[in-house]
Design a binder for this molecule. Structure first.
Ligand code: ADP
Length: 493
C-alpha cells in the first residue's frame, strides 16, 4: 500500500494566524494546495499573542526541548489551516511568544530572538516525536527555521529524523539571522560548527548561511531572484555561498491564495466584481476615497502603496519626487509601517496635501484589500523584490502595477506596449527618481489618453493564472529530488 509523502513546514509566520509580509502569505496558502495534491502536509508555528488560543485543541502532552545548557518545555495546540484540513501545531511557550510582536516591538528587535527561534527548530523535532510523525521532507522557511536542516545533520544524527530530507526556502536574503558568535551555545551546537562553511560569516554567527550549507535543496520565491541572489549586487554577502550550491537551487514563483484575494467574493470590499463586469470596482474606488477623506472624484487616477516602509521597497525614491507628482492630477494612498523617516515623510505630505495624499501608518489587512479593489495603479519601486505578492493581488483586482524589473516583479508584470495596448503593467528597467518620474508620467498619459488600453490591461491582469497549482507541482518535484538525494532512492510511498 502506498502512503502519501509527509511534509512538515517550519516557519515563523503563517497567515491568517501571524503575518508581517509575504512569508506569512506563502506558508498560509501553499499547504492547502499541497493537501489537494495528496501530500500529508502539516505546519508548526509559535503560538503568538493574538492567535485565538481557545479555538485550538490542547494536546495531552508537554514537549521537553533540550536547549543549549537548559531544557525548555512547551504545550502544543492543534488547529487547522484556513480553507484546508491540513493540521497546524502551535507551540505554546509564553515567555518566548506571548509578546506584543513577532520579531520585536516599538523598542526594536527582541534581544532573545536566537533563543526564541532555535527553540522553534528544536521543538519541531520534539513535536514529531510526540506525534510519532516522521516527515519525508522538513521544509524550513527563512533564517528563523534555518536551524532545522542543521539539526537534521547534527543533533539528529543517528535518529530516524536524520533520514528526513530538508528544503530551505529563502523568502528574502536581506534577513539572515545575525548574532554574536559567542551565542552559538544557545543553539546547542559545539564550537566546531563555527567555521566558514557553516555559521561563521565576517565575524558574525549567520543562521541562514548554516542552513544554506546543510539543506538538501534550496529554493527561493522567483526564478529571477534565484539568478540575482547569486550576484554580489543582490547576494547580501551570501552570493558566494549560494553559487557554491547552484545545482541545488530552484526559483519557484509564489502563488496567490485565490480564495482570500478574489474580488468576486471578497467580503472586505464595498462591492464585488469580476473581469466581465467592472462596475463594482468603481464603487470600491468611491468608497475608498470616502474612507480616506480624499475628494470623491471617479475621473482622477488613484495610485496606491501597501508595503513595509523599508529601504528595500524604494519608497524613499517616491518621496523624493512627490513634490513634482503633486502638481499632477492624481491621488495617492500609502498604507504601511516601518522606517520612521519614511513614515514621517508620507505623514507630512498627507497633512500638507490632504486633497491628494493619504498616509495610513498601520498594519491593516482589511484596508489592504479595500485599497487593492479601489485603486487604479499600484506602485512597487522596490530596489530588490524576491517575489512580491502585491503586484499579483493588484492584477487580480484589476489594479495596474507599476514596478521596477527586479526579482518576482520582472517575472510577473508584462510591460505596456502603447502601440498595441498589450501588457499587464508599467515596468521600469532601472530605478531612480528620473525613471520613476517618467514611468508615472507614462501611466498618467495612458490613463487620460488611452483609456481603452487601461481597460484592457485591467482585464488582462485579472486573467493571469497566479494560483498555486503550477508552483505547488514544482515544490513537489523538488521534494522528490531532495528525498532521492537524502536516501539514495526515489520515494515510492
Ligand atoms: P514583503 O514580504 O517583503 O513584506 P510582499 O509583497 O511579498 O512583501 O508581501 C507583503 C504582504 O504584506 C502583502 O500581503 C501585503 O498586503 C501585506 N502588507 C504589507 N504591509 C501591510 C500593511 N501595512 N497593512 C496590511 N497589509 C500589509
Amino acid at each position: 500500500m502506498s502512503r502519501p509523502l509527509r511534509v512538515l513546514h517550519v516557519a515563523s509566520e503563517c497567515a491568517p494566524f501571524a503575518k508581517t509580509g509575504g512569508l506569512g502569505d506563502v506558508v498560509g496558502s501553499l499547504p492547502a494546495a499541497q493537501r489537494a495534491q495528496g501530500v500529508d502536509v502539516r505546519v508548526v508555528l509559535p503560538l503568538y499573542r493574538g492567535i485565538d488560543w481557545n479555538a485550538q485543541e490542547r494536546l495531552p502532552y508537554t514537549l521537553v526541548v533540550p536547549m543549549g545548557g537548559t531544557t525548555g518545555y512547551c504545550a502544543v495546540r492543534r488547529g487547522h489551516m484556513a480553507h484546508s484540513d491540513a493540521p497546524i501545531y502551535f507551540l505554546e511557550h509564553h515567555r518566548y511568544y506571548d509578546r506584543g510582536g513577532i520579531y520585536g516591538d516599538s523598542r526594536g528587535e527582541f534581544g532573545d530572538n536566537l533563543e526564541r527561534f532555535a527553540f522553534l527548530c528544536r521543538a519541531a523535532f520534539a513535536l514529531c516525536r510526540a506525534e510519532q510523525f516522521v516527515p519525508d521532507i522538513l521544509h524550513a522557511h527563512d533564517w528563523q527555521a534555518a536551524l532545522v536542516p542543521v539539526y537534521a545533520n547534527t543533533i539528529e544524527w543517528g535518529t530516524e529524523y536524520h533520514g528526513c530530507a530538508t528544503v530551505l526556502t529563502v523568502h528574502n536574503l536581506g534577513y539572515q539571522g545575525l548574532f554574536s558568535p559567542s551565542s552559538l551555545p544557545v543553539t546547542g551546537l559545539g564550537r566546531e560548527h563555527l567555521n566558514d562553511q557553516e555559521f561563521e560569516h565576517f565575524g558574525a554567527l549567520n543562521l541562514l548561511k548554516a542552513g544554506l550549507h546543510h539543506a538538501d535543496r534550496i529554493s527561493t520565491v522567483s526564478p529571477t531572484y534565484a539568478r540575482e541572489m547569486q550576484r554580489p549586487e543582490h547576494g547580501a554577502g551570501l552570493d558566494g555561498v549560494i553559487r557554491a550550491r547552484q545545482g541545488k537551487l530552484l526559483g519557484v514563483l509564489n502563488g496567490v491564495d485565490t480564495v482570500v484575494w478574489n474580488p468576486s467574493t471578497d467580503p472586505r470590499i464595498a462591492a464585488r466584481y469580476d473581469r466581465d463586469d467592472l462596475r463594482g470596482k468603481a464603487i470600491c474606488k468611491e468608497a475608498l476615497q470616502r474612507e480616506l477623506g480624499l475628494p470623491v472624484r471617479p475621473e482622477v487616477p488613484l495610485y496606491a502603496v501597501v508595503s513595509r516602509l523599508t529601504e528595500q521597497k524604494g519608497l524613499d525614491v517616491l518621496l523624493s519626487i512627490l513634490p513634482t507628482l503633486l502638481e499632477w492630477d492624481l491621488q495617492l494612498v500609502v498604507l504601511g509601517t516601518g522606517d520612521p523617516a519614511l513614515e514621517r515623510g508620507f505623514e507630512i505630505a498627507s497633512r500638507q496635501r490632504g486633497d491628494k495624499v493619504r498616509a495610513v501608518l498601520r498594519f491593516d489587512d482589511g484596508m489592504a484589500h479595500r485599497i487593492e479593489a479601489g485603486a487604479d495603479f499600484f506602485l512597487m519601486p522596490s530596489r530588490y523584490e524576491p517575489c512580491g505578492m502585491n503586484q499579483m493581488y493588484s492584477m487580480r483586482y484589476g489594479t495596474i502595477p507599476i514596478v521596477h524589473a527586479t526579482g518576482g516583479l520582472a517575472d510577473t508584470v508584462w510591460n505596456y506596449d502603447e502601440r498595441t495596448g498589450d501588457g499587464t503593467g508599467f515596468v521600469m528597467e532601472h530605478l531612480g527618481p528620473r525613471a520613476l518620474h517618467d514611468v508615472l508620467g507614462w501611466a498618467q498619459w495612458a490613463y487620460f489618453h488611452r483609456p481603452e488600453h487601461i481597460d484592457r490591461m485591467r482585464r488582462r491582469g485579472m486573467e493571469q493564472p497566479f494560483g498555486w497549482d503550477r508552483s505547488a507541482a514544482m515544490y513537489l518535484r523538488l521534494y522528490h529530488e531532495a528525498y532521492q538525494s537524502r536516501r539514495g532512492h526515489p520515494f515510492f510511498g
